[in-house]
Design a protein around this ligand. Structure first.
Ligand code: GDP
Length: 197
């Protein structure tokens, strides 16, 4: 797929107020700092599309972008612990989980994980949530340029091992670098193949 145009549409916290669910939608989620904004900008070939929506106060919102006037990209709030506070914050916003449970045009959720880091409980919990709620997801390994080949293989194998403890099959996986553009064609082709409502 050729990604020609990406337009910011709106930000909100309520799935009912998201754009009318008349186009296929793909959501992007992951722990804070996983490289989500960089990946979205890389996919859209824009320097600061996602950063526009990540200005203070907007990072914790569901941000919608209209792509090629043909599908929606939903940039979901990062999860994990808030760095600004020593107090443990809610790991996931309820409104994000409500969005995932209820958004009828959601075709697939791209769950980003940092390829340099071993499987984290919070990511495994999120996969579990998607599984029990029947939310289709794929895994996107980020920052692939930062790893040596052996390190990449080790971390991927660890993920596969963990996933196979609770699943019979593995979800599709994408290996990306926002710096080098790795994985862009694969992700856009996957979207092109699946975006029929
Ligand atoms: P977000 O909080 O998930 O939106 O993460 P950002 O996109 O802001 O990225 C967090 C940090 O990781 C930034 O310093 C980025 O420059 C860096 N980063 C993101 N993606 C990549 C990548 O593919 N390769 C490298 N080397 N650094 C990356």
């Amino acid at each position: 797929m050729d990604l020609k145009e990406a337009k910011f549409v709106m930000s909100n916290t309520d799935w009912r107020k998201c754009p009318k669910p008349v186009l296929p939608e793909y959501a992007f989620i992951g722990r804070s700092n996983v490289g989500k904004s960089s990946l979205i900008n890389m996919l859209c070939q824009r320097k600061s599309l996602a950063k526009v929506s990540s200005t203070p106060g907007k990072t914790q919102l569901i941000n919608h972008f209209l792509i090629n006037d043909n599908w929606y990209l939903a940039d979901l709030p990062g999860y994990g612990y808030a760095k600004v506070s020593k107090v443990k914050r809610t790991k996931f916003h309820n409104f994000t989980l409500d969005y995932l449970r209820n958004r009828e045009n959601l075709m697939c959720t791209f769950v980003l994980v940092d390829s340099r880091i071993k499987p984290q409980t919070i990511d495994l919990e999120f996969f579990e949530f998607c599984g029990t709620k029947k939310i289709p997801f794929v895994i996107v390994f980020t920052k692939f340029d930062k790893l040596k080949k052996t390190e990449k293989e080790k971390n991927i194998a660890l993920y596969q091992e963990k996933l196979l403890e609770s699943w019979n099959a593995l979800p599709p996986m994408f290996f990306t670098s926002a710096v080098k553009g790795t994985g862009r064609d694969e992700i856009l082709d996957f979207i092109a193949e699946t975006n029929t409502l």
